[in-house]
Design a protein around this ligand. Structure first.
Ligand SMILES: O=C(O)CCC(=O)C(=O)O
Ligand SMILES: [Fe+2]
Length: 370
């Protein structure tokens, strides 16, 4: 008589911990791989930046992609910019990266940073550089090229930006981690928020760790909500995209925003109910569009981290996967392959610098974590 095999006992997962609201920069740094910074830009620049984004965002698009067999539309509007002063917009190969932002849709050449964005970016780059220098360790796959020894001494530079506009309290962005196709592993992303509010009804920026599979029995995920005020900045530091997902959830109540300065001097100050952000990003030279592997559909793949198998002290895996499903009527060739930094000739990384001893004069690269 055939003995039916019992199914293996189902793995118990630890219950989720209650949501925690992180109200101070200290709390954000304690619970997440992010830092929060308040009153980042001079007040007048913050208002000018808000007005210029508010004006241009009236033409921004909603992203569209396929979810199984359904074409869905993002519940917010978005735009992508390249930085002219960085020479990025002169290099036509970067235009392809804009199509990624719009889920593979063909786009006109992307917009360039406005003068207000440029001014804000210069302030934010210095702040991000200081914060990276203060981090207790750096990851081996972080980018180590560029300006580290140059006179302006910036470790991190933004060469592109993406902006999102959420009208009212229902517009949102769901849980995701940002694609790493051009950012590379262990990237740093600076999210600058241009919208004020009063405590109690601020829009939340939410973070939730993806608990690795080998730990799901012992600890549950926890959601952290960060109520972000106008003119604040969240830096998602290296490892945030590998370990956490983030979202801007819809919420039941929200205040209106009154800028500190009128749009035109002497005019009354109008109230707004939108939240607009800019995410400043550094697209790595070693992840340029021509270097991105193509899938069997002939479309550049997308780079994703293996979030569920991150282990402390070990370098995680990253996969190049077919992206066609986002457009192509939701049809994907299913291709995925492991990214191999060395075989693909990528770098220089913080780890390369250490191995070749090039970091001996660079104290800030000394502490790395695998
Ligand atoms: O609007 C925000 O604060 C976050 C937007 C975001 O997650 C993104 O642009 O990838
Ligand atoms: Fe994101």
């Amino acid at each position: 008589m055939a003995v039916l095999k019992q199914p293996p006992p189902s793995k118990k997962t630890a219950p989720r911990k209650p949501t925690l609201i992180l109200t101070s920069p200290q709390m954000v740094a304690e619970h997440t791989p992010c830092t929060m910074h308040l009153s980042v830009l001079p007040l007048q620049l913050a208002s000018k930046l808000f007005y210029s984004l508010e004006q241009s965002s009236r033409d921004w698009q909603r992203n569209k992609w396929w979810l199984f067999d359904r074409l869905v539309e993002s519940p917010h509007r978005t735009a992508f910019f390249v930085r002219k002063t960085d020479g990025v917009s002169d290099d036509e190969t970067w235009h392809e990266s804009a199509q990624y932002w719009y889920n593979g849709r063909k786009t006109d050449p992307p917009d360039v940073f406005s003068s207000e964005m440029e001014e804000a970016c210069e302030i934010i780059e210095r702040l991000v550089t200081e914060e990276i220098r203060r981090r207790p360790f750096r990851y081996p796959l972080e980018w180590a090229g560029g300006d580290i020894d140059s006179t302006n001494d910036l470790i991190w530079r933004a060469n592109v930006a993406a902006s999102n506009r959420y009208d009212g309290r229902n517009e949102s962005v769901g849980w995701h981690s940002d694609h790493m196709t051009y950012l590379g592993p262990h990237c740093t992303i600076a999210v600058s928020l241009q919208r004020a509010s009063v405590p109690g009804t601020r829009r939340m920026f939410s973070l939730r760790e993806t608990v690795p599979l080998h730990e799901t029995e012992i600890r549950g995920a926890q959601t952290f909500n960060i109520p972000l005020p106008h003119n604040s900045l969240v830096i998602m530091h290296a490892s945030c995209q590998e370990r956490f997902k983030h979202s801007v959830p819809p919420q039941s109540a929200m205040d209106v925003y009154r800028p500190t300065h009128p749009r035109i001097p002497g005019d009354p100050i109008e109230p707004f109910n939108c939240r607009i952000n800019i995410t400043f990003r550094f697209y790595r030279p070693d992840f340029k569009p021509p270097s991105i592997p193509l899938c069997k559909c002939g479309i550049p793949t997308v780079l994703r981290p293996d979030m569920k198998n991150q282990r402390d002290g070990q370098e995680g895996k990253y996969w190049w996967t077919c992206f066609a499903g986002a457009q192509n009527d939701g049809k994907s060739c299913g291709m995925w392959k492991v990214m191999d930094m060395e075989a693909e000739g990528r770098g220089p990384t913080v780890g390369n610098m250490q191995r070749t001893g090039a970091s001996s004069s660079r104290k800030d690269l000394q502490n790395t974590r695998r």
